[in-house]
Write a protein that binds this ligand. Structure first.
Ligand code: CIZ
Length: 303
């Protein structure tokens, strides 16, 4: 592993490369990443970098996001088909049908979706800014929101615009595994711990947590909190990032640690391999990327 890390570092310097990694990726990848954050932070870091080559470690839609914002840079995906099961639940046709049914509405699409779906959205959002953006949209119209009904619940609870789920009942199967019973059992064992979690969790889990937010917001919250012990309803990579960012506090999974296979697909060997060969370059066709970028730019205008 040390040898691979050294080789990656040398190639990074030689090729003026930045490595962006999501909080959910494996801990080995975090050792070579220049930025470890959520999908919003990855897009921002990709947008603002002076690097010529950007390696994006996460699931496929995260690599697409960076490619949309950087059409002139070399954007590399260490592995092919690192799927986000939630992003697969929404297609352009599903969105077009919903728009047809609700013609006077906004279409706000969660970042966990393909570039093709983003290209037909009015605006996109992440868990960090979903409430802020939904609140900024003209209140006279309902918001078509997808693909996560749990994040939709989180948004709806914090504002008064009507939110319509598109599709009606799709969710992240990893976050969905955490149940209220798991939260209660964990609380029994650690009664003084604070329960924090991601808004992709089930509504009933959200309702019994002390704090909900994106992985980045959760790190900021736990840093500020007076509490020293936390029960975390999120993917296990997020717990590792919390421990790394706040080593003086303790973090425990709720129930069995939840692992997203897509996020863990890339290994150090894959990163080294794409840096050497520049294979798996991701480019998005101009018609799709132009429209998807409009929806991404709108997100930055509104948040
Ligand atoms: O939007 C993201 O980055 C996801 C999927 C999780 C998080 O909050 O970091």
């Amino acid at each position: 592993m040390i040898e691979e890390i050294e080789q990656i570092e040398k190639l990074k310097e030689k090729k003026n490369t930045v490595i962006l990694a999501h909080n959910y990726v494996g801990s080995d990848i975090k050792e070579v990443a220049d930025v470890v954050t959520g999908s919003l932070g990855m897009i921002r870091a990709g947008r603002d970098t002076n690097a010529d080559v950007i390696v994006v470690c996460g699931v496929d839609f995260m690599v697409e996001n960076v490619a949309i914002m950087n059409p002139d840079k070399i954007v590399l995906n260490p592995v092919k088909n690192a799927m986000c099961p939630l992003a697969q639940k929404i297609t352009p046709q599903i969105v077009l049908d919903a728009k047809h049914k609700h013609p006077h509405s906004h279409t706000l699409i969660y970042m966990n979706s393909s570039a093709k779906v983003k290209a037909i959205a009015d605006c996109v959002c992440t868990a960090d800014n979903a409430v802020e953006i939904a609140t900024e949209l003209d209140g006279g119209k309902p918001i078509l929101f997808g693909p996560d009904y749990c994040l939709s619940y989180y948004v709806q609870k914090r504002m008064w615009h009507e939110v319509i789920n598109v599709p009606t009942n799709s969710y992240c199967p990893i976050h969905h595994k955490i149940t209220c019973v798991d939260v209660m059992n964990a609380k029994k064992q650690q009664p003084f711990a604070e329960v924090v979690g991601h808004p992709e969790c089930r509504p009933e889990v959200q309702d019994c947590a002390d704090f909900m937010g994106s992985s980045t917001e959760t790190i900021a919250h736990c840093k500020k909190s007076k509490t020293n012990k936390f029960l975390v309803a999120d993917e296990v990579g997020s717990i590792y990032s919390l421990k790394r960012s706040i080593p003086n506090k303790s973090f425990h999974p709720i129930g069995k640690p939840m692992l997203c296979p897509g996020m863990k697909k890339a290994k150090l060997t894959d990163v080294l391999n794409v840096l050497e060969t520049e294979k798996n370059r991701v480019t998005i066709s101009k018609d799709i990327s132009t429209n998807a970028k409009i929806a991404m730019d709108r997100m930055f205008e509104l948040s």
